[in-house]
Write a protein that binds this ligand. Structure first.
Ligand code: AKG
Ligand code: FE2
Length: 347
């Protein structure tokens, strides 16, 4: 198999105008570039090299597209039937996930973004979003589609005993809404070594303007620098506080910035974006800096995604991630933290 240089996805070039993308807060992103895609038939050594050099690996068509679309359909049916959350446009197909156009604030995910927007974790949308994480269809998706990625991640990261952590997240981002701020994942996983691998799975096609995940180019070094600074500042804290993403030295919600545009400019790096398709997965390093773009889908398609984390069970890992997201024992929810959630800072 030839190991050619990275090829930007052909869709990335002809399909969209890179200059019109916005950060979650609505500011235009200044410097944008295309992500590089990789095919599953490339040798694992080549894929590993790409992952290590770039901090991410965008795998095309590694999952069964129909199973991913089925998951999308079931999620939106769940959000609409037996108590309507109001997220879908009436009369549209749940598989398409078309937004109703109601006030986007209603549809912010429970946790940090609601805290930042002065909203409580309550109401039918919040209830259903939380319950969605333990529905039969999502647990089956995890067992049949997500968990089988353990083999690939094990080879990619050279884990002895790869394991999908139980805490996985489902995120729907409606058009026009504030979305995931700038961060790196180790902030939330720092009770273990920085060896975890995140897999971000778009549950549906997500065009460039559809609010997909974007990465700050070659930013693993920046994530490491932030983490070293945070560790230095936290030396006097208790063990529990020091490991918390929400301790007094962190920005609220554990994030670095709500404005990806100014963050990218400050660090002089491009935001890399991609037109994702159902079946794709992006893997990323726990120090890689990322955020979501604002969803400006012309079709008003809701961006649905799930994110997973894999660790090597043969070594230490962050055991706070052994709980289903948002369920009773989950210790990772920003809005349940006394630490940090009331500070008026960048997020
Ligand atoms: O889906 C999103 O908006 C955020 C996902 C993310 O930050 C991750 O997968 O690590
Ligand atoms: Fe993340």
């Amino acid at each position: 198999m030839a190991t050619t240089a990275f090829q930007p996805s052909p869709m990335a070039i002809k399909d969209h105008d890179l200059s019109n993308l916005k950060a979650s807060n609505g500011d235009f992103l200044q410097e944008i570039g295309p992500m590089k895609s990789s095919r599953p038939d490339l040798p694992i050594e080549e894929l590993r090299k790409r992952y290590e050099e770039d901090g991410y690996l965008w795998m095309k068509g590694i999952l069964d597209r129909e199973k991913v679309l089925d998951m999308r359909e079931q999620y939106f049916k769940f959000m609409t039937e037996n108590g309507d959350s109001g997220i879908l446009k009436k009369g549209t197909n749940p598989r398409d996930g078309i937004f109703s156009g109601n006030d986007w604030r209603q549809f912010l995910l429970p946790g940090a973004l609601r805290v930042a927007n002065g909203l409580k974790d309550e109401g039918i949308f919040v209830e259903k979003t939380i319950k969605a994480h333990v529905t039969d269809f999502y647990l089956e998706f995890k067992a049949n589609v997500a968990e089988p990625l353990e083999g690939f991640v094990g080879k990619l990261a050279q884990f002895q005993d790869p394991m999908l952590l139980k805490r996985t997240l489902l995120r729907c981002n409606v058009p026009g809404a504030e979305t995931t701020p700038v961060h790196y994942d180790q902030i939330f996983l720092r009770a273990g070594p920085a060896t975890s691998v995140t897999a971000w799975i778009p549950l549906g096609d997500c065009s460039l303007s559809g609010g997909g995940l974007m990465y700050l180019e070659k930013s693993v070094d920046i994530g490491k620098k932030f983490e070293a600074d945070f560790s230095e500042k936290s030396r006097d804290l208790t063990d529990e506080e020091r490991l918390s993403a929400f301790n007094k030295n962190m920005m609220a919600g554990g994030f670095l910035d709500r404005n990806a545009a100014t963050f990218g400019k400050f660090w002089g790096r491009r935001w890399l974006v991609a037109p994702y398709e159902a079946g794709d997965v992006v893997f990323h390093n726990p120090f890689m800096i990322h955020a979501s773009a604002r969803n400006e889908s012309p079709e008003q398609a809701i961006r649905l995604a799930t994110d997973l984390r894999f660790v090597d069970k043969a070594g230490p890992f962050d055991e706070r991630w052994l709980y289903e997201a948002y369920q009773e024992a989950d210790p990772n929810v920003a809005s349940r933290q006394s630490l940090g959630s009331e500070r008026k800072v960048n997020m």
